[in-house]
Design a protein around this ligand. Structure first.
Ligand code: SAH
Length: 362
């Protein structure tokens, strides 16, 4: 469906509420729209019964292949050693989805003596429904806790993992008008009380990149808040951000809505599609440094997994499970695909300045 052509028959109760809100309060900035779609207690996307996974709207790396979470588990074990093998540390995952990555990571990391005994697992998750799924998937871990916000994770040495977490955090879009002034991009009402995008109030913004009329800049304040929280922690930390988006400087509209593995109009059915936008890794690394942390990367997912030994890991798994060999190989190929996830996804490590860059960035 082309953007703007919203069929009223497909209206949702959240749509009705958003229309009323815009009638009452005026057009909403995009981040407010994304927040309402994601987190509305009644109609928000993350409390829908089927979101991620083959049977849901979209699929992620840990859901494609167990090798993904296993390699991250082994990576975490090496990083723990680099932290000085502390007797107690936090293994934190932001937006753990179905808990698959953490389950696979903990299973693989068993081979590192002392790692599991030292770990307490912290899952930062907004969705009650996904928390329940995570509880079932991750299973019997001696020390595990859930938090609504990363600021609630207690101090202590920590390893943070985030796969496709940042892309779901709301963004602002700023549009450059004909006079070169920047305006907030908002969700407004069209003549038939459907939702449409419009240019809203002027905002103060100094683009570091050349931009002409119609250019769009995307800002994600949730990243700044997250990095400030990490920078505030007293103990050393290493954080791994894996997401889709460009490695270098970029501009443009990257908002996308996905439903049942297809792209849909982001305004058509609020709360019923996964709304995400590119993670701008160059900006993320710069923000981490400005917050007082160090950043290593980004590198592509294919480089990251390749350097961690994905080929050897897959070969061993295939030898041990000959009946599943085809499926294992296909999964790994998908994660590594040069024109697909292997290249589109990037990996950035953010760490305390006192620490060296973690492998495989070192
Ligand atoms: N990491 C998982 C899931 C990615 S989907 C995977 O790779 O499969 C995004 C996840 O982030 C979901 O678990 C969603 O509920 C969670 N999430 C989205 N916004 C959040 C927020 N503001 N705070 C905490 N969790 C959030």
């Amino acid at each position: 469906m082309p953007p703007g052509d919203n069929n009223p028959d497909r209206s949702t109760s959240l749509l009705t509420r958003l229309v009323e809100r815009i009638q009452r309060d005026g057009p909403m900035p995009l981040d407010a729209y994304m927040l309402a779609c994601a987190a509305d207690r009644e109609h928000g996307y993350w409390n829908r019964p089927q979101t991620l996974g083959a049977g849901g709207d979209f699929i992620t790396s840990p859901e494609i292949s167990q090798v993904f979470g296993e390699l991250i588990g082994l990576w975490s074990a090496v990083v723990w050693q680099q932290l000085g093998s502390p007797e107690s540390f936090r293994l934190v995952e932001l937006g753990p989805g179905r808990g698959t990555l953490m389950r696979d990571a903990l299973r693989a990391a068993r081979i590192m003596p002392g790692f599991l005994d030292a770990a307490s697992v912290h899952l930062v998750e907004v969705s009650d429904r996904l928390r329940q799924t995570q509880r079932e998937t991750v299973g019997n871990v001696p020390r595990i806790a859930w938090h609504a916000d990363v600021a609630e994770v207690p101090d202590g040495p920590a390893i943070f993992l985030a796969n496709e977490f940042l892309d779901a955090l709301p963004i602002h879009q700023l549009v450059c008008d004909n006079d070169g002034a920047w305006r907030e991009r908002v969700v407004a009402l069209d003549a038939r009380d459907g939702l449409k995008f419009a240019a809203g109030e002027p905002v103060a913004f100094n683009s570091v990149r050349a931009a002409g009329p119609g250019a769009i800049a995307e800002l994600r304040p949730g990243e700044d808040a997250l990095l400030a929280t990490l920078a505030d922690r007293a103990s050393p930390l290493v954080a791994l951000f894996i997401d889709y988006g460009p490695a270098g400087p970029a501009m443009g509209d990257t908002l996308q809505a996905v439903q049942r593995h297809r792209y849909v109009d982001p305004l058509a059915e609020p709360g019923r599609a996964d709304l995400t936008a590119h993670v701008l890794f160059a900006d993320l690394a710069a923000k981490a440094k400005a917050a007082g942390l160090a950043a290593a990367g980004p590198i592509t997912q294919a480089e990251f997994l390749g350097r961690l030994g994905v080929a050897e890991r897959a070969a061993r798994l295939m030898a041990a499970n000959p009946k599943r060999a085809g499926e294992i190989e296909a999964g790994v190929q998908r994660l590594m695909a040069p024109g697909g996830m292997g290249q589109l996804f990037k990996v950035l490590a953010v760490h305390s300045r006192a620490l060296p860059p973690p492998p495989p960035f070192s």
